[in-house]
Design a protein around this ligand. Structure first.
Ligand code: VTB
Length: 337
């Protein structure tokens, strides 16, 4: 895929972040999500790709925009056909409460290269490049922590694990504590948590636990670009989720299968972009600078070359068409005169 697409892709996450950031702390998850979707979708329209949303806001009957199967981008050419995975607002609870690590995120790979994950839960394990090949989702927690400690040349007491703060992880948390590692619990947003393992400055060495399968595919693209590792196993938690798996033609065996990084994203020629909405471990949140200006902080990565770019941008809210449209649609937006 054309390398310039990475810089185009970051516009898409910037627009989603800018559109939703004014909802911070307003307790309005739906409004924030809708704004992010609107911002992302309108920016996609200018991208020279012929993208199919394979991970999106839901099926057509539940999501009118960025639904699974929607075609995005302005190219009609076959060679521009790509798979797209989006989470315009990863962490709706986070933005509603003004908590850290809400991000807008997009991943892209050649057509057919992203797993069409069902909307169910997935058990996941993710590590950065130094621990690639050292962990196995089938191994015990202690074994994995020892392996990560060894790969990173650390004592197990110095290994930091990110786990989502949920009842379903009670045993996991207990075992990590017994093994002696440090834990950083997070309330929401496991894409940001998985991505953090790829950047030493976050201090996060491993992410594990059960979260959304669609988010698992998005995180896998980030780890592929970063040279890290990730594995997953689908983990339907209700009858409805079991049903969703069988509707996709997945057998019981498929559901139990260990999904490697290759299974989750089968091409190195992939792109990942994320923009911070609220202040996070890796990315700053949207900053309002006054005078109709806002600053965004994004990361954009390209798997083919492994290039990682951090992009800080200052946007003029009174000159940015996407934002001006948002102002008209969402009452929270006010233009300074
Ligand atoms: C994760 C995480 C999301 O939901 O997938 C998680 O990536 C799933 O667990 O940010 P819960 O249903 O218990 O929340 C989020 O936290 C929110 O969508």
């Amino acid at each position: 895929m054309d390398r310039s697409l990475s810089l185009e892709l970051v516009r898409v996450t910037e627009a989603a972040a800018l559109a939703s950031a004014s909802y911070m702390g307003r307790g309005d998850k739906e409004g924030a999500d809708q704004a992010a979707v609107d911002g992302m979708r309108s920016t996609f329209a200018g991208l020279s790709i012929k993208g199919t949303v394979v991970i999106g806001e839901g099926e057509l009957d539940e999501a009118p925009m960025l639904y699974i199967g929607e075609i995005v981008g302005c190219s009609e050419e076959e060679e521009m056909e790509v798979d797209i995975a989006v989470d315009p607002l990863e962490g709706t609870n986070l933005i509603a409460k003004g908590l850290p690590n809400a991000i807008a995120v997009v991943a892209m790979a050649p057509k057919g290269c992203l797993l069409h994950a069902p909307d169910t839960y997935m058990e996941k394990i993710a590590v950065g490049p130094k621990a690639k090949g050292a962990v196995s989702i089938k191994a015990s927690i202690r074994e994995n922590l020892e392996a990560v400690a060894k790969a990173l040349d650390k004592n197990i007491e110095d290994v930091t694990v990110m786990i989502q703060d949920r009842e379903r992880h009670e045993n996991m948390i207990k075992e990590v504590r017994e093994a002696g590692a440090r834990i950083k619990l997070f309330t929401d947003g496991d894409v940001a948590a998985a991505m953090a393992t790829g950047f030493e400055e976050t201090g996060v060495d491993i992410m594990m636990g059960i979260g959304g399968a669609p988010e698992g595919v998005i995180a896998a693209v980030a780890l592929k670009c970063l040279g890290g590792d990730m594995q997953g196993i689908l983990h339907p938690m209700s009858e409805e989720e079991v049903q969703r798996c069988s509707e996709l033609g997945l057998t019981e065996e498929d559901v139990k299968k260990v999904l490697t990084l290759e299974d989750l994203v089968s091409s190195d020629d992939c792109f990942f972009a994320a923009t911070g909405i609220t202040q996070g471990d890796l990315l700053k949140g949207v900053l309002y600078l006054g005078n109709n200006r806002a600053q965004t902080h994004s990361v954009v990565m390209r798997g083919a070359t492994g290039t990682i770019r951090f992009i800080e941008a200052i946007h003029r809210l009174d000159k940015n068409d996407t934002i001006i449209q948002m102002m008209k649609k969402h009452a929270n937006f006010t233009k300074k005169s």
